[in-house]
Ligand binder design. Structure first.
Ligand SMILES: [Fe+2]
Length: 252
């Protein structure tokens, strides 16, 4: 595996990323399928979503047989950076991520090479040429504060972060830019796939964001699913809330 240059100011970082993105896999495949399709509209974007647990079928030679036709990867956090770098390298598609409470701090110099951070940002997915492809993502890292570790926030702190993101989404709207169709967080929204112990209670401010922006999909991790009775999908209004734990392949 050829590592990406870690320093994004390094001119070879972008070149390396584009080489993987364009030539690494089927993003511009034999059928010419890419974000936006042939008619310029966004249609049937297939996305591999990962979170919290390294999946053996994705971290080995079966990766491309299983997920070689996805057009992007979204990580909801608490995953080794080497795993995300493996996915971006061997799938050759953009990888977008937020950080979880078991990841290094947001301010840390460590980050997954070749991947795009979503925390506090609004990002248009790229196609194989590094151009915006139409599906807009917004993300917020972190879990509820329970031990003082990295990427943990009180409800009040997360509310400020959510408001700041909402303001930027509204400003984009003033310029006619599309609103996010997918929100990506590590922690779930309150009472929408969260758990009862303090560390896994969701954020109420996320519920407010669902009501305000009405995204099609809200992706999160953090809450591990071990029993058949645990719910993976919940909803609020028209927004589906999906716990990605492990992995899911979605089409939007
Ligand atoms: Fe977590």
């Amino acid at each position: 595996m050829i590592p990406f240059p870690k320093d994004r100011s390094n001119p070879f970082w972008r070149v390396s990323y584009q080489c993987y993105a364009v030539y690494g896999q089927k993003l511009v495949g034999e059928d010419g399928r890419r974000f936006g399709g042939q008619d310029g509209k966004t249609a049937g974007v297939k996305i591999l979503c990962v979170s919290d647990r390294v999946e053996t079928m994705l971290h080995g030679p079966s990766l491309n047989a299983y997920a070689g036709d996805v057009q992007a990867v979204i990580s909801c956090g608490d995953l080794p950076f080497s795993y995300l770098e493996y996915l971006v390298t061997f799938l050759g598609v953009p990888v977008y991520y937020v950080l979880g409470n078991h990841d290094p701090d947001i301010e840390s110099p460590e980050y997954p090479g070749g991947c795009t951070p979503l925390d506090g940002r609004i990002v248009e997915m790229e196609d194989g040429k590094g151009e915006a492809g139409g599906v807009v993502l917004a993300g917020l890292s972190g879990s509820r504060l329970y031990s003082g570790g990295p990427n943990q926030y009180t409800e009040r702190h997360m509310r400020r972060r959510a408001r700041s993101l909402s303001t930027r989404i509204r400003c984009r709207g003033l310029f006619g830019k599309p609103k996010p169709r997918i929100f990506v967080t590590h922690s779930p929204p309150f009472k929408l796939g969260d758990a009862e112990d303090h560390a896994h209670i969701g954020f109420e401010s996320f519920v407010g964001m669902i009501d305000r922006h009405r995204p099609e999909l809200w992706l999160h991790g953090h809450v591990h699913l071990y029993g058949a009775e645990q719910q993976r999908v919940t909803s609020r209004g028209d927004t589906k809330v999906l716990n990605v734990f492990g992995h899911r392949i979605i089409e939007i």
